[in-house]
Design a protein around this ligand. Sequence first.
Ligand SMILES: Cc1ncc(C[n+]2csc(CCOP(=O)(O)OP(=O)(O)O)c2C)c(N)n1
Ligand code: SF4
Length: 245
Amino acid sequence: MTQKVFERPRALSENTFSYCAGCLHGVVHRLIAEVIDELDLMERTVGICPVGCSVFMYDYMECDMIEASHGRAPAVATGVKRILPGSFVFAYQGDGDLAAIGTAETIHSAARGENISVVFINNGTYGMTGGQMAPTTLVGAKTTTCPEGRDPAIAGYPIKVCELLSSLDGPSYIARVAPVSAGGLAKTKAAIKKAFQKQLDGKGFSLVEVLSNCPTQWNMSPIDSLKWIEETATKHYPLGEFVDR
Ligand SMILES: Cc1ncc(C[n+]2csc(CCOP(=O)(O)OP(=O)(O)O)c2C)c(N)n1
Ligand code: SF4
């Protein structure tokens, strides 16, 4: 007798991801879909897509999805949640989207303690538009707009989103994870689940920062990009839970 031990989450569509080989966007989509299934949220979930490589997330999810313009996902999420308080609302945003053009929306929705959840994909670059420097690009890291490496004398220092938001009273949960190993994947899923549960419990704003990759714009193999996250990115962006209340 055969036994099914693995299947596509209900919340994930059958469409093929358009992401580059080895990109973690698809992996994180799947983890979100698994959590939506496990918490039985699909019928009341509204996801907010960003602008960036994951702009087509609405093609990959079976729940309702809305496309927000660049950086505005937390504002759109706020509107949906306030009008439909029984809905479950998450925003999915890259670092260009969340920490550059959307800085104001991010900080203010967190400070207000909006009862929404944000999954923040920090790959240290603007993947979709050609690998430009992002607010999260590490000092010394090379991008197409800082080919000699990020120089703080010119471009300042990377923004640590979890640490920044942790100084606010509004957030109920802030965590940073790195899905670069079996253990890292399990911790990433657990953090997303915890963040989603905070919203279900009415506790207010929750955010999970995922240290992610961009093998294409980093000019690295997928395996090397995961090693770089583990060995370099985590030194500057420590993993863990920053707020849990
Ligand atoms: C208002 C506005 N400014 C700039 C752009 C151009 N743009 C599209 S995607 C993008 C960068 C996205 O980078 P990120 O959020 O880090 O996502 P990634 O592609 O790396 O997943 C930019 C600058 C835009 N679409 N709209
Ligand atoms: S450009 Fe980078 S972030 Fe975008 S899909 Fe390719 S690997 Fe992923």
